[in-house]
Design a protein around this ligand. Structure first.
Ligand code: 13P
Length: 267
């Protein structure tokens, strides 16, 4: 009863976790990260309902600093922006899942479109990253999304479904259930152009049906699918009001504590 009341507008998604994650990208030095994390922690503690899981994803060199600032805030977790599939060895410049875990990380972004584009990360390579994260008990936030050209030529549903198939569908059901999906249309990232709530809902439903076709309806219904791409306080309520949108992956607006928390308060 209490639970149903807490979820308010989302009767269809009662078993799904609501997640609002901030991807800080390559922003904020150590002091700026500390200050932002401190501010976010205070606001989350004071204002955000315990049934909304918040995550902040700073640059890896600032993970430990942020971990210390958010420690003790129940529904605020630490996320990394990337992970390398190997645990250790001669892989100069990389960071592994065991090291992230030891730094206090709980979530890790995998397959962000910026990694796919600038670092040529393939679906196959991302599948390895997902497995490495799961092996350490980290929650992979698997990012997917199409370009504007793909959408305009009508291949967007098949393209995004193939990203899931190729990177995730090797997983056992038990492992798949631990994965969070983030749909981020590339044309909406950092552009100020948000997908309409109907466009987001349409894709999220396609993806949930796709998951159901592989893992069954129960697993699909328990999978959190976040929306990302120019999400801000002014549009979050409408996006989060859609039945298959289970939260957001926030870029620019997560760099301001007040905006980030206001997005979470849109539930
Ligand atoms: P913006 O919110 O800045 O569009 O970025 C979205 C994003 O890429 C989050 O991962």
């Amino acid at each position: 009863m209490m639970e149903a009341e807490n979820f308010g507008l989302h009767p269809n998604s009662i078993m799904r976790k609501k997640i609002v994650a901030g991807n800080w990208k390559l922003n904020n030095n150590i002091e700026e990260s500390r200050a932002l994390a401190k501010e976010v922690a205070a606001l989350v503690k004071a204002e955000v309902s315990a049934d909304v899981q918040m995550v902040v994803c700073p640059v890896s060199v600032n993970l430990s600093t942020v971990a210390a600032e958010i420690d003790g805030v129940e529904n605020l977790a630490l996320g990394a922006q990337n992970v390398y599939p190997k645990a250790s060895g001669a892989y100069t410049g990389e960071v592994s899942a065991p090291l992230l875990k030891a730094a206090g990380v709980g979530y890790v972004l995998i397959g962000h479109s910026e990694r796919r584009e600038y670092f040529n990360e393939s679906n196959e390579f991302l599948a390895e990253k997902v497995k490495a994260a799961l092996a350490e008990g980290l929650v992979p936030v698997f990012c997917c999304g199409e370009t504007l050209e793909q959408r305009e030529s009508g291949v967007h549903f098949d393209f995004v479904k193939s990203q899931l198939t190729e990177s995730l569908y090797d997983l056992s059901e038990a492992d798949f259930k631990k994965v969070v999906i983030a749909y981020e249309p590339i044309w909406a990232i950092g552009t100020g152009v948000t997908a309409s709530s109907d466009q987001a809902q349409e894709m999220h439903k396609v993806l949930r049906d796709h998951v159901a076709s592989k893992y069954g309806q129960e697993v699909a219904d328990s999978t959190s699918i976040l929306y990302g791409g120019s999400c801000k306080p002014s549009n979050a309520k409408e996006l989060f009001g859609k039945p298959d949108v289970d939260g957001g992956l926030i870029g620019g607006a997560s760099l301001k504590a007040r905006d980030f928390v206001d997005i979470a308060l849109s539930y």
